[in-house]
Design a protein around this ligand. Sequence first.
Ligand code: ARG
Ligand code: ZN
Length: 877
Amino acid sequence: MTDPRTVFLKDYQAPAYGIPRVRLQVDIHDGVTRVTAGLNMRRAESTPVGTPLKLHGVNLTLKALAIDGAELEADAYTVAGEELVIHAVPEAADFVLHTEVEIDPEHNTALEGLYLSKGMYCTQCEPEGFRKITYFVDRPDNMALFTTTISADKKRYPVLLANGNCTTRGDAANGRHFATWEDPFPKPSYLFALVAGNLACLEDHFVTRSGRKVTLKLFAEQHDLRQCHHAMESLKASMRWDEERYGREYDLDIFMIVAVSHFNMGAMENKGLNIFNTSCVLAHPETTTDLGFQRVESVVAHEYFHNWSGNRVTCRDWFQLSLKEGFTVFRDQQFSADQLSASVQRIEDVAVLRNAQFAEDAGPLAHPVRPESFIEINNFYTATVYEKGAEIVRMLHTVLGEADFRKGTDLYFDRHDGQGVTVEDFVQALADASGRDLSPFMQWYRQPGTPVLHVSTAHDAVAQTYTLTVRQSVPAKTGFPEPKLLPIPVKLALFARDGQPLPLQLTGESAAVGVERVLIADQAEQRWVFTGVTEAPVPSLLRDFSAPVILDYAAGDEELLFLMRHDNNGFNRWLSAQTLFERMMLAVIEGGAAELPGLAAVLESLAGLLPGLVETDPELAAKLLQLPTENYLADKVGVIDPQRIHDVRLGLQKAIAKHLSAFFQNQYLNGHESSYQYSSEAIAARTWRDVSLHYALLGTPSFTLRDAVGENYRKAPHMTERMSALRALVHHDAPHAAVCLADFFGRFAKEALVIDSWFAVQATNPLRGVEEVRRLTAHSAFTLTNPNRMRSLLAQFANANPVQFHRADGAGYRLIGEKIAELDALNPQVASRLLGAFSRWKRLEPGRQALAREVLQGLAGRALSNDTSETLGRLLG
Ligand code: ARG
Ligand code: ZN
């Protein structure tokens, strides 16, 4: 039985009425905001005369309604649920609808539509927030030209912003003022934005390659302005990069970013007026870690890139969300790879994919990159739509090569500029420009589940051939009982035992084609036979993670150790190490082995490798030592015992730490931190320093080391160092932990984002649990109404502290369940997301499973939002 609220892709129909032009007047007053709209309506050619006009609207108080200047009688329309239906529609195809509504942004805790964030008014309209501002055809295939006039008290809200260019501003009666903004590009309502507040501005400019000067403005609270420079530099770098890499130039005379403290997601690409979570725009060495700096750079780029991949060419409907998100994530990943280190970037992107997206695809919340149905579209801003979507675009890029891919994107932007299109249109443009049949890749969008690529190898010394036998299997998922074969690009190389890559020649080819190739696995089973292979080589498979699949290849430990040391693909060195660690740990967790198999050889190999690697590539050294996470391991076992997973993983870390104890201590003690620099070398050194500290404390730490950490906390020249020391103290329960935590809070009491990290470092402490987190929920600085603050404690605890969240007595589940219920009444979107922490519940060992079920069923007995009830239904279903 399907829920009556469900929407289906197969039911898509173009809108019966469009709105080519909108004039909006938004008058902000304390306690009430009045929105007056003049909508130029147009009946679609295919719509019969007299068809009722349906407009979306939520939480609006209707004050006036007129068509072509004539007020509508009460029986001419009905307001029901989320719809305004006008029965008496003029015969003429074009007419003007006037509406006047009142809204209540001050009490809008869902943070969709117009809301108040720390004294400033701002909007979030994607995906369906505009209907909370005024009645509208609130869907992305309705594109309108917007003129927006905002009026408000001049003293309290001196800055009034909307999309496009400011054409008029002036004073009004009673100390008020107004500003009118015109956006020359037609856009869907989800890209609408406005801001009214008391904001400081950092201004700069950018000259496009055709010589146009674009004004760049970054708005934030006065206090935060000194933290805006990194975002500004990132913006200019993004603008240049998109011109050079994709031939895309910015199209308005002004580009604005506004930082707001209350925001459900990271940021939003509204035309010409991006609105950002402060966490994705503010960065300063004193308050922000390397990770924070990198996040700002990539999110600024992501939102900027949407100006073409999303705004100029947009989505026909929300099922196509990955059209803009998958492509734009791919673009921001490419950008970030060009800024710092390409192989480190790939390692980080794949870690996110394997930790978050593979988990989603393996559990009850699995869905295709292009879903076929949903109740609440907000529940589909997921790792699958974003990250797996980006991987599909990456595969297309890998298969076409840079030049043809670029021809394809040029054609896509050119062909569809100003349109709302589908995923098919994107793939078709790439196919048409390159002359390649890419239709098999469409299947990647249509079915959920992570494919497994089974590879076996055979060397024939007499024939001098090396055969790879490749099979694929895709798990069946609910609603997708018979998954189809997929085209899986496999980038590979073969190494001789001396570490040299072999020339690659398949039987039937007249000569070798390089030492690295991309072959496409698209059959249930197939064979690739390489010739001229004199000795059994070591295969380096799925290089750079050329497809989002699970590789099942029974490499020997010595092969993995060999690749960890010798592969010339930095990413695959990391992947080999991960595979090895994963295998060792699973042998104990799942296989019942008493000890980690092959440990001695691994330790010896690390001891041989690390000292040199730290000199040449400290970031890779750090990444090699970041073991697969507990949640990742949980997805690899049949029945999850979170405590056992934690213990085994910690055991391997301790074994490494003990074996190299002096080395790690020296690395940390001999290194020292100086003033902050944002460069890949400096970040690499700091990342290594943090990892060596962690292992040093797990080994046999000397008193000197323990003292040094406290000392380094106090005299840290920047936040990366200070946070590294603080986390080490807290997570190792060091004697100075409490003093330093108190110092940290006092020192940064005025920096909301730093206080978030103060909560997070405690929430993720594997040594402390539920009681600590519960105590922190009562802290005067804690609130459920700010998503960043809520997440810093509750989502961090539930997702990044598995051993405590899954405590055997169920206290972790009860705490989070309780908070979800409270949160759902305030902000359904973030409550629903927090519920995702229970996605593994059905695979938990019976005791924990029963406790989790109790909490979930308790929630199911309550009145919940669409968002949370949909997610809960899928979890329980
Ligand atoms: N389009 C934004 C981005 O990825 C995300 C906005 C999502 N907002 C939401 N309420 N679901 O850049
Ligand atoms: Zn996006």
